[in-house]
Design a protein around this ligand. Sequence first.
Ligand SMILES: Cc1cc2nc3c(=O)[nH]c(=O)nc-3n(C[C@H](O)[C@H](O)[C@H](O)COP(=O)(O)O)c2cc1C
Length: 279
Amino acid sequence: MQSVDWERAINERRSVRSYEPRAVEPDTMSRLQQFASELHVPFDHDVAIRFFKADPSKRLYGTPLTPPSDHAAFMAHTDIVSISKAGFVGELLILYATSLGLATCWYGHFSLDELERVMPHLDASSDGERPKWGYGRGEPPGVHAICITPLAYWRKEGLRAFDRITGAMMSYRRKPLAELLQDGIHEDDLSPDIRCALDLARKAPSAANSQFWRFGVSDDQRTIEVAMPEGYRHFKWEHPNVDIGICASHVWLGLQSRGINPGVHVARDNGRAIWTFSV
Ligand SMILES: Cc1cc2nc3c(=O)[nH]c(=O)nc-3n(C[C@H](O)[C@H](O)[C@H](O)COP(=O)(O)O)c2cc1C
């Protein structure tokens, strides 16, 4: 993988919803495309990153935002494990884009009609009534755009009220690690490597900043598990296993930054994707 200061990218990334009205520089775009085509992750997957252009309009994201012209979609099958892998792979692209100075924002709620118009991707099995926002509930058949992101330059001047509010309410707030550890393990008992990896993991983005991931660490600290609590349901976001994959990518980057190349396994269990790291 290209040499990137991942820790810095994790600390600098924010969901940005206000952009300069210009396209991504061609050189930057070709670096992104090269990164996507060479991306190596420690598991098999069929996640694809599709770059696309859309004429700036408010229709795609449906928020008080005028999106720029460049975007990426994270394409995958819709079973729980595949969407979680889309979260993992997508976050690597988002962090790489951050390291190139680009602004991004994960969007699970995009206008499906508008996305299909600017980036045709639905097959015949999706004919019939389409969901309005996002790819739909449950596990519809075929490959879908699981989430999308703008790729742009952050317009810091003249932030709209919407950005100020979401920035203040959501962006910077994260739960402390102690709240996320399960099975009675204490932060002070963690090895420095695991503590560092989990500290980067807790900074991951999640829909509405819900941060529903929980971390299990085995007594011998050879195994880390990342999953949402059993039976977790989000009142607005139907696919929280995407976010679990995003969080898992931060664990992986954190362990790698400490010189550890863990075994990585993801499995489905009762509606949850459970990521296991063997160190
Ligand atoms: C899977 C996922 C889906 C998201 N979907 C949306 C969305 O549809 N609309 C939106 O405005 N923000 C969306 N977000 C951005 C979150 O609100 C944001 O990540 C969270 O508030 C934390 O802020 P930060 O990313 O600035 O750290 C999404 C984030 C994730 C991880």
